[in-house]
Design a protein around this ligand. Structure first.
Ligand SMILES: *Cc1c(COP(=O)(O)O)cnc(C)c1O
Length: 220
């Protein structure tokens, strides 16, 4: 008898199947398990299953949970996917291996200083406000090139672009637009796609998908 599939196996299989249809290698897509709000007891089984990339959206919550959880797993990668206040830049640089929410000049400057001081380069994604939504974080599309130039000047390494498209509408056009802006700016990586739309994102070139509820169940 086959073992029942776990949510992690299911998501990995769906990523691999979609990548194959798109003519991409499944290894070209990193699955980030978004563990925000979930306790260590819910996260440990995924680490035991071999998952190594995790994401949190709050610095303080991650500081409380991850030093113990990641002990003994030197290859574990912790991603920050939530808005970052400049006064938490040093904490974020100390804890995270990748920051997906670089979205404004003052944060570029704060992260540049924090990385210089810590002697630690943390790769970043520039978060783009791809739907031009007033209430949402992210750099306006028209300001992406200038923000990238500023990051180069501040020696903040930028891997690519990240977005959270508007809710409740088809995400594909927004993913395609993010991919075009990245290509126009010579960036190879795309952090896009969540539980409801990661397959669409993989079709459109996502290199990092951020999946929470499909792995952990719904958040309280
Ligand atoms: C919570 C969150 C996710 C995961 O969302 P799910 O719909 O639970 O998969 C992805 N990206 C960001 C920025 C998030 O805050």
């Amino acid at each position: 008898m086959d073992q029942p599939t776990t949510p992690l196996q299911d998501i990995r299989r769906r990523i691999a199947n979609t990548a194959a249809i798109a003519g991409r290698s499944p290894d070209a897509v990193t699955l980030i398990a978004i563990s925000k709000t979930h306790a260590a007891e819910a996260i440990s089984p995924l680490i035991d299953e071999g998952q190594r990339a995790f994401g949190e959206n709050r610095v303080q919550e991650a500081q409380a949970k991850w030093p113990a959880l990641r002990e003994g797993f030197p290859d574990l990668q912790l991603h920050l996917v939530g808005q970052l206040q400049s006064n938490k830049a040093a904490d974020a640089v100390a804890l995270f291996d990748c920051i997906h929410s670089l979205d404004r000049p003052s944060l570029v400057d704060a992260l540049g200083k924090a990385m210089d001081k810590a002697g630690r380069q943390v790769p970043c994604f520039v978060q783009v406000n791809i739907g031009a939504e007033e209430q949402k974080g992210g750099c306006p599309i028209a300001e992406v090139a200038a923000l990238l130039a500023r990051a180069r000047d501040a020696q903040v390494p930028v891997l690519g672009l990240m977005c959270v498209p508007p809710a409740d509408v088809e995400a594909a056009p927004y993913f395609a637009l993010l991919a075009k802006i990245a290509a126009d700016n010579g960036l190879a990586q795309l952090s896009m796609g969540m539980s409801g739309d990661f397959e669409t994102a993989v079709m459109l070139g996502a290199t990092h998908v951020r999946v929470g509820s499909a792995l952990f169940g719904s958040r309280a």
